[in-house]
Each structure stands twice: as C-alpha cells, then as structure tokens.
Design a protein around this ligand. Structure first.
Ligand SMILES: Nc1nc2c(ncn2[C@@H]2O[C@H](COP(=O)(O)OP(=O)(O)OP(=O)(O)O)[C@@H](O)[C@H]2O)c(=O)[nH]1
Ligand SMILES: [Mg+2]
Length: 403
C-alpha cells in the first residue's frame, strides 16, 4: 500500500533540494555518503486475491503456507547469454536505475546536509515557484493512490500554504522538513473522534448494545460481523445475531454456518420477511437473556436503489442502533466515498470498517473517507479468517505514505 507514493515523496525531497540549493550540488559529491539501505516493503504490499469464503476459527497460518516450488526454466525460456562487456554495461545501467529509485536513508541525509550547511551556513526561503512542480506531482501521486480528487487538491493547497515563505535554516534537513509538513497535513485529516467499542458496550446500561451492519453487496458485512463477534467474544461479551438479510438467497444459511462455528444464537424469520421485524425480535431475545450485543446483518444494496434504501431507513428507525457500521471494500476507491455519503444521508453512518485491505494495492480511500466524512474507521479486514480484523491505525497509513 502506498509504495508508489512513498517512492515519489522521497524523490520530491531530492528534487526540491536540487531546486533550492543548486550551488550545493557540486559540493555534495565531495562528501562521502553512508551506504544506503534498501527501501523496506510495506507489510500489505503484496495483494492476495479474495478467496472464496469459509472462515475457520484460528486455523494456524503456517498450515496454509505451501512450500515454494521452483520450476526449472524450460529450454525455450532460457535467455541468450550476453558477452562480458554487455553484461558489465547492463549491470551499470541497472545499478544506476536502482540507486535513483531507492529512497535515501534519512539519517545519512541528515548528517550529510548538516555538514554541508555548516560549511556554507545559508538560510533558504521557500518560494511559490520552488514548490509548484513538486506539489503538482504530489497531487498526481495522491490520485494514483486512489485519494479522491478534491481531497488531493486540498492536501496540496494546504501544503503550499505551509511551505511557501517557510525558512529553512542552515543545518536543517530538507527531507525531514518536507516529510514533517506532509505528515502534519495528513495527520490533521485523519484526526477523527474515535469510538472505543469495548468501552461503549461496557458502559451501556440497558443491554443489548446494537450494531447494524450496512453497505453494498459483497463488501464483507456478514464476514465482518463474524469477525467482530470473535473479537468481542475474546473480551468476554455475549453476542446474538439477527438474520436481517432476508433478501439474498442462502444468506441465512451463510449466517448459520458462521454461527455454528462461533457458537452464536441466530434469530431468523423466513426469506422475504421484514428485516426490521427480525431485528426487533433479536433485540427482545437479547433483553430477556441478558446478552450484551445484538448484531444485525443486512442485505447488500446499491445506494441508488430507493426502495432498498428506504427499507434500511426503517430498520434504523425500529432498532435504534448504537452503532451503524458501514462496511466497504478498501480498494473500491472513489466510488466507496460516494456510496458511503449516500448511505450517511439516508440511514446514517457512525463508523467504517474497510475490508479486503489484504487485496488493496493503494489505500488512499482511507484518507478521502476520513477527510470527507469525518467519521472514524474502526477496523480493517485483513483476510478471510476470524482473527483477520485489526483496529485501524492512522500511524500505519502515515508510515506507508511518508516512511
Ligand atoms: N481477502 C478478504 N476477503 C474478505 C474480507 N472480508 C470479507 N471477505 C470475503 O468477501 C466475500 C463477501 O463477503 P460477505 O461477508 O459475504 O459480504 P456481504 O457484504 O455480507 O455480501 P452480501 O450479503 O451479498 O451483500 C467473501 O468471500 C468473504 O470471505 C477481507 O478482509 N479480506
Ligand atoms: Mg451478507
């Protein structure tokens, strides 16, 4: 996630330095640069395609890993062997390419710039023209990372305001100044009032705490409900489910399968029944049995379907959820933002769960969602097993973007 953006950002500082300190270029080459370390790969970089479901309780991960089989190349695939001179030339080109792409090690840069600045002792004031191209490139990089357009523009505008006119003292590292500014802009965007779910459930005087799962088709609502149940069970909570997706074929059976794995009671009616009535019954059952949490599944629906959106409104009205959790696929990009905005208008959304982060190559969706809707992302889905639900951590996104 964000690897492309990260690479670009490390390039920005370099370009920017060249721009504002052209005179230092020559001197720089005189100073020996400490060896650079290869860029670290983000944890979620290699996407795994979504497998078909069946979530199994705590299946040891090692069991799933197949030994890597290395196939001998077929004769037709063997490349022609180049002459020694050719190899040397090719290698030199490759090394040059790699070292240009490789983000510089910050510590190395700081010490190098520190020495340079002591020698010349200048102060630089950043001008509009210094940052124009860099900010444009940053904006493009954000768009490539799936950040929604107006969000990317505003981030860039904000950054311009922070940078233009800023004085960089002798001895200050431009790389960290730039990174610091980008980090503050993004951190401010990601600052939303969080929800401490465990605390809220414990604090609720009149049981049960009601969670409604809503979102488009196939986003992972039912799976997330099972994962969250597992998470809450580990904390000692008792959970009951309402099979309020009475619309999609086999939805109730899917729920019952998870319920049997997790030992959860399901309140269900028949297909075609009123989803709000099922949820109402589940709440009553929870009340009479002292169950802590009722989770209400709902049928996936497109935000453009007026009837189904009205039905959702009714479920909200009848069940008065404590938490309306919008479940969306992290890789949906800008469409997710539009859908979530519409859901928020019609039924209300309190927080998000972004699923399939393990399949998400970019991840800018998190930034746009937080920026536009100002609602917390509570969890992210990172796989298809019950424990594959993690608390969302803005620091993680920042690290991916800025390093
Ligand atoms: N890789 C991966 N797959 C996931 C994740 N969450 C859910 N899935 C898969 O996504 C598919 C759809 O999940 P469901 O939970 O049935 O989605 P839903 O939103 O309930 O679907 P509908 O009820 O049809 O609207 C299943 O194959 C899940 O295993 C995740 O975090 N990572
Ligand atoms: Mg479902």
């Amino acid at each position: 996630m964000f690897e492309l953006l990260k690479k670009k950002l490390s390039g920005f500082a370099e370009k920017f330095r060249k721009k504002v300190e052209p005179a230092e270029e020559k001197k720089e080459t005189l100073i020996q640069e400490p060896a650079e370390e290869p860029a670290r790969k983000p944890v979620l970089e290699e996407p795994t395609p979504p497998k078909k479901p069946v979530v199994v309780r705590k299946k040891p991960k090692a069991l799933q890993e197949k030994p890597e089989v290395v196939e001998a190349p077929k004769e037709a695939e063997v490349e022609e062997i180049a002459e020694p001179e050719e190899i040397a030339e090719e290698e030199a080109e490759e090394i040059a390419e790699v070292s240009e792409e490789k983000p510089r090690e910050l510590k190395a840069k700081v010490s190098k710039l520190g020495r340079l600045k002591k020698a010349i002792g200048v102060e630089i004031t950043i001008s509009e023209s210094d940052v124009k191209d860099l900010l444009w490139e940053l904006e493009l990089s954000l768009l490539e990372a799936d950040v929604e357009q107006t969000t990317a523009e505003e981030i860039s505008r904000d950054l311009r305001q922070r940078l233009v006119g800023k004085k960089i003292r002798g001895g200050q590292d431009i790389d960290s100044v730039l990174k610091g500014e980008i980090k503050s802009v993004l951190a401010a965007i990601m600052e939303t009032e969080g929800i401490n779910l465990e605390k809220e459930i414990r604090a609720k005087k009149e049981k049960p705490y009601r969670i409604l799962f809503l979102g488009p088709n196939g986003a992972g609502k039912t799976t997330t409900m099972a994962k969250l149940t597992y998470w809450l069970q580990e904390k000692g909570f008792k959970v009951i489910w309402s099979a309020s997706d009475t619309f999609r074929a086999a939805s109730i059976e899917q729920l019952e399968k998870h319920a049997s794995n997790l030992k959860v009671r399901v309140v269900k009616h028949s297909y075609g029944a009123d989803p709000a009535a099922v949820a109402f019954d589940a709440i009553k059952t929870a009340q009479s049995r002292g169950i802590d949490v009722v989770m209400i599944d709902s049928a996936g629906r497109q935000e453009t379907n007026r009837n189904l959106m009205q039905e959702l409104q009714k479920i909200v009205k009848v069940t008065q959820p404590d938490l309306r959790l919008y479940v969306g696929e992290a890789f949906t990009g800008q469409a997710l933002l539009q859908q979530a905005q519409e859901y928020d208008k019609v039924a209300g959304v309190d927080a998000f769960v972004l699923t399939k982060i393990d399949c998400d190559a970019k991840g800018g969706t998190t930034i746009s969602l937080l920026y536009k809707l100002k609602k917390p992302i509570l969890f992210v889905g990172v796989g298809q097993e019950y424990p594959d639900l993690e608390k969302f951590d803005p620091e993680f996104v920042l690290k991916q973007v800025i390093g």
